[in-house]
Design a protein around this ligand. Structure first.
Ligand SMILES: Nc1ncnc2c1ncn2[C@@H]1O[C@H](COP(=O)(O)OP(=O)(O)OP(=O)(O)O)[C@@H](O)[C@H]1O
Ligand SMILES: O=P(O)(O)OC[C@H]1O[C@H](OP(=O)(O)OP(=O)(O)O)[C@H](O)[C@@H]1O
Ligand SMILES: [Mg+2]
Length: 285
């Protein structure tokens, strides 16, 4: 049987969330420890466990059909490779930082300076755009230590909470790009395998939509329903069911998780009682 080959990071920051999202879309993988390849039990899929940094080349060569990969690595090493879906985890940014005592305020202040980074193509692209010439020191890890050991005047690396920069006495002066985990495909993918990706994408979209929303149930007196309905538009319009208690109804709806606490405050202020909030596994629109 024809199988889609997907690459996921073997170990590191993307591995667990990548495996979780495959599970969430109903794909079970027998995952023996230290296995570099595994097959799904209930889907035409083969998983290859690879280094994040090696994945763009495997995609380009068609060794794998698709991959879950950090967008920042794709920008650095595979800017030609198509992104099918943004997956909403491993969110970070790639930024330039300098020692706290430095007077540099932006990329423009780095003319002739030394920049340590694991992302030379990305940095060069931004330096060229700004018309700045700087000297790059390419290092693979612990980039933030470079200014402290006299190796560089600035660094360009991943920033998330900012705690690594803080601990190393650095300040962020320019954000080059934002990144999250994405599903990317190979330009060499066959029509047959593209159809399998389309299936995966449909499932991913329903899981991601579910993660962005919450299911809300509440009770309210009937004379308050109009106001409450206006606060809760829902997917189409909220469901209203009569309660056994006279003059009361139960209302069901979906709300965006970002607005969630504000909406709950507004509902309470407008007479809602017994509010229940549940996670949504899938949302098929
Ligand atoms: N602190 C962070 N917060 C959020 N996302 C991050 C963070 N650090 C890295 N990432 C994202 O996770 C990806 C993998 O990072 P990780 O450090 O696990 O691997 P790596 O050493 O860059 O890659 P490889 O698998 O090639 O060894 C990065 O490319 C980036 O997209
Ligand atoms: O802003 P923060 O939340 O501190 O995150 C940023 C740090 O996280 C990543 O390193 P990681 O821990 O993955 O170590 P690595 O350099 O060995 O990949 C990245 O390279 C930064 O150093
Ligand atoms: Mg890392």
């Amino acid at each position: 049987m024809n199988k889609l080959k997907i690459a996921v990071q073997k170990s590191g920051r993307l591995n667990e969330d990548s495996m979780n999202i495959l599970k969430a879309i109903g794909i079970s993988i027998d995952n023996g420890k230290d296995q570099l390849k595994a097959s799904a039990r209930n889907f035409p899929l083969e998983v290859f466990y690879l280094r994040n940094g090696d994945i763009p080349q495997y995609l380009r060569d068609g060794v794998v059909d698709c991959a879950i990969i950090g967008e920042n690595v794709l920008i650095e090493k595979g800017n030609d490779l198509p992104i099918v879906e943004r997956l909403g985890f491993s969110k970070c940014r790639v930024s330039i930082a300098v020692p706290k005592s430095s007077t540099a305020k932006s990329l423009k202040d780095l003319e002739g300076k030394r920049i340590a980074t694991s992302y030379p193509n990305t940095v060069n692209q931004f330096l060229d755009k700004a018309g700045i010439k700087a000297n790059l020191h390419i290092i693979n890890g612990s980039v933030e230590i470079a200014p402290n050991i006299g190796l560089a005047d600035a660094v360009c690396d991943i920033v998330s909470s900012g705690s690594t920069l803080f601990k190393n006495g650095l300040k962020e002066i320019e954000k080059l790009l934002t990144s999250e985990a994405v599903l990317a495909t190979s330009p060499k993918i066959s029509t047959e395998n593209q159809a399998i990706i389309d299936k995966i994408q449909f499932r991913l979209q329903s899981v991601l939509k579910g993660r962005q929303n919450k299911y809300v149930l509440l009770n309210a007196p009937n004379d308050k329903l109009d106001k409450i309905v206006n606060i809760l538009p829902g997917m189409n319009s909220p469901t209203i069911l009569p309660l056994a208690k006279d003059g009361w109804s139960s209302l069901h709806s979906v709300i965006n998780k970002n607005d969630f606490w504000d909406v709950i405050d507004e509902l309470k202020a407008n007479g809602a009682e017994g509010i229940l909030v549940c996670p949504i596994e899938n949302m098929v629109l």
